[in-house]
Design a protein around this ligand. Structure first.
Ligand code: 7RM
Length: 631
């Protein structure tokens, strides 16, 4: 492909061009796609108003750039290879032609059931091919999909349905995950008791478990698809029409609906996919993420399929039936590019080499990581034992809001350094600022990471509340997008991401707002107040430590803690359950009533030697008690 970078000097050249003349650069990349009408202007932006437009007035449908585009050249090539949870069950391969038919068929189902351009559709599904088909069918009819990770609780699901006023939910009867079977439809039913906008629920059969089907509302996927044909003409979309909403956690309590639009997202996910992974046309690519997260959107579904790649979709977990499952799948499908999270690497590393040695892993060419900083030990283990010392590791830094990979080596081209995301992709202009917003120029500096020029797949708004988008991302530092991450640029100009500088924690690669977890804990009737911080956790990266003031009312501490965990499980889901809960008599507060999290973080880290000045606290005496009771 024209815009595939083939060597390091080409990268530097492309980078220079992208900065010197972004319109020419991105116009050229975008020219490789199929547009029903080309743009009037490549980019227009005003960061103060969080107003960003790419490929203005261009018309397209993103699915035509996957389905129509590859039908004649790659029709019989596998587009999606689906590997089930149970290795004894047979997988499914969908060729580009079959995917085309299935997407068209389901597009017709959506239309028949009242979905129009612009309507929001919630996808609450396990990792089954129908989830990808659902996303593409929404995009094809012009509906806005919002995938909600199927591990979220009914109340978290209801919040998202209500926030975007969705008209339809696409789901499944159940979900197989490891040794467990999860009653997905039941969760939907419970959620919808709190929702009024949903007209139809379409249920894909997966576990064949019994579910209640509400007459007039609930329909079976297989029955609906049997009633329609497999021809569908894609809706014409504007480049800036909404493609999807994806909810993500921030430093306030309520998750934000990050909005991505059509043209720019398409161009950037494809461009970054082929360049970062150095994808070649016969490669088999596997990203182990869930489609409920941005990584699944951009690098299981859109990026690879827009590139005509074969993408693997895995339903299960890394340790079922044993800790060799990932490697077994790599050998089975001769995977060439493998992309996972540091937390998975650390979890598997803990099992030692016995689960790895039975497998050859000789098809692997590129290894990737995403979601959190990777520690050097895990980096080396991955490099030596999975990549056998011959596969470059792409440590890819990006966010739900950035839509695509921002800072990363290009596999095999950029020399790597353990734990470094290395260099920005063409078109990406990172800048480092201090707390006052002053740019820290040159190498050997550390500060807050901002981006000071738009890129095609950047966030356009937070659904239903544009001011929140301005406040969160464009107000901290004037004229720049603020990432919320701390970063260091070393003597070679390489970037190393240091983690969040706000009240967001990263647990097993999952983003979580401490305020969000606190709100959930506070739902327990006996809880008076709580404060949540992250602490270093060997496998998860960060663990959740909750300090809770509560009335025990005759209960034992142990049973109260269990109840609190159950409450969080119910309000958000199992991923937000605190690892440690400490019942405390009070929380350290400043005179203006703010919780001093710095102290709580130190205690959680078990580093009480340098608590700093506590004399300005309203209640300094509480600190000793907290230290004494630390978990
Ligand atoms: C893709 C994704 C975003 C946050 C981000 C960082 C952290 C992601 C890396 C990383 C260090 C990396 N989207 N993060 N990738 N930190 N090195 N390679 O994860 O919206 O869910 O999270 O994740 O803190 O701000 S996300």
């Amino acid at each position: 492909m024209l815009t595939k970078i083939e060597n390091l000097s080409e990268y530097f050249l492309a980078y220079e061009k992208s900065v010197a003349n972004p319109e020419t650069f991105w116009g050229r990349v975008a020219n490789q796609f199929f547009w029903r009408k080309k743009w009037d202007k490549v980019v227009d932006y005003n960061f103060e108003k969080a107003d960003v437009k790419w490929f203005e007035n261009a018309k397209l449908n993103i699915t035509e750039n996957i389905l129509e585009r590859y039908l004649y050249t790659l029709g019989d090539k596998p587009a999606i290879i689906w590997e089930p949870n149970d290795p004894k069950e047979k997988g499914i391969t969908l060729t580009y032609k079959q995917l085309f038919e299935k997407v068209c068929e389901f597009s017709n189902v959506l239309k028949k059931n009242g979905i129009e351009k612009g309507d929001r559709v919630i996808i609450y599904m396990p990792m089954i091919p129908e989830a990808a088909i659902a996303m593409l069918a929404c995009a094809r009819v012009g509906a806005v999909h919002s995938v909600v990770f199927a591990g979220f609780s009914s109340s978290a699901l209801a919040d998202r349905v209500n926030d975007c006023e969705a008209k339809m939910v696409l789901t499944s009867d159940g979900n197989f995950r490891g040794a467990k079977s999860i009653p997905v439809k039941e969760v939907v039913d419970e959620a919808l008791e709190k929702c009024t906008t949903i007209e139809k629920v379409i249920v894909a059969q997966r576990t064949k478990t019994e579910v209640t089907m509400k007459a007039g509302r609930d329909l079976w996927w297989h029955e609906e698809t049997a009633k329609v044909d497999t021809q569908h003409k894609a809706e014409e979309m504007d480049s800036e029409d909404m493609l999807f909403i994806l909810y993500t956690s921030g430093s306030t309590g309520k998750p934000k609906g990050v909005v991505h639009t059509t043209g720019g997202y398409m161009v950037y996910t494809q461009y970054s996919f082929q360049n970062v992974f150095q994808y070649n046309s016969d490669d088999v690519y596997w990203c182990t993420a869930d489609v409920g997260w941005i990584t699944g959107h951009s690098y299981i579904v859109y990026g690879p399929l827009l590139s005509g790649a074969t993408t693997i979709m895995f339903e299960g977990v890394p340790t079922y039936p044993d800790a060799g499952r990932f490697w077994e799948i790599c050998d089975k499908y001769k995977v060439n590019q493998f992309y996972t999270a540091p937390t998975a690497i650390r979890a598997l590393q803990a099992f030692g080499l016995d689960p790895v040695t039975p497998y050859k892993l000789d098809s692997l060419k590129v290894l990737g990581t995403v979601g959190e900083p990777i520690n050097e030990e895990a980096w080396h283990w991955y490099h030596d034992h999975i990549g056998k010392g011959k596969c470059p590791i792409v440590d890819t830094w990006w966010q739900t809001e950035t839509g695509g990979i921002m800072i990363s080596p290009l596999a095999g081209l950029t020399p790597t350094k353990p734990a470094y995301a290395t260099l920005p992709l063409p078109g990406i202009r990172p800048i480092i600022v201090d707390a006052e917003g002053k740019e820290l120029k040159g190498n050997g500096v550390q500060g807050n990471l901002c981006i000071n020029f738009p890129w095609p797949s950047m966030i356009r708004t937070t659904y239903g509340d544009h001011q929140r988008c301005i406040d969160t991302y464009f107000s901290t530092y004037k004229g720049m997008y603020f990432t919320g991450d701390g970063v260091k640029r070393d003597e070679d100009g390489y970037y190393r991401i240091l983690g969040r500088v706000d009240d967001v924690i990263n647990v097993s690669g999952h983003r979580m707002g401490t305020a969000e977890v606190e709100n959930a804990i506070n739902e327990h009737p006996l809880v008076v107040e709580s404060a949540v911080v992250g602490y270093p956790h060997e496998i998860k990266g960060q663990g959740i430590y909750a300090y809770v003031i509560c009335d025990t009312e005759g209960r034992t501490e142990a049973s109260l803690k269990d109840e609190i965990k159950a409450t969080v499980n119910k309000i958000i889901g199992p991923i937000a359950k605190p690892d440690k809960i400490q019942i405390v008599p009070g929380l350290p507060k400043t005179r203006s009533g703010k919780i001093m999290r710095r102290i709580l973080r130190k205690v959680a880290e078990n580093d009480t030697s340098s608590l700093g000045d506590t004399s300005t606290l309203l209640n300094p005496e509480v600190v000793d008690e907290i230290i004494k009771g630390a978990q």
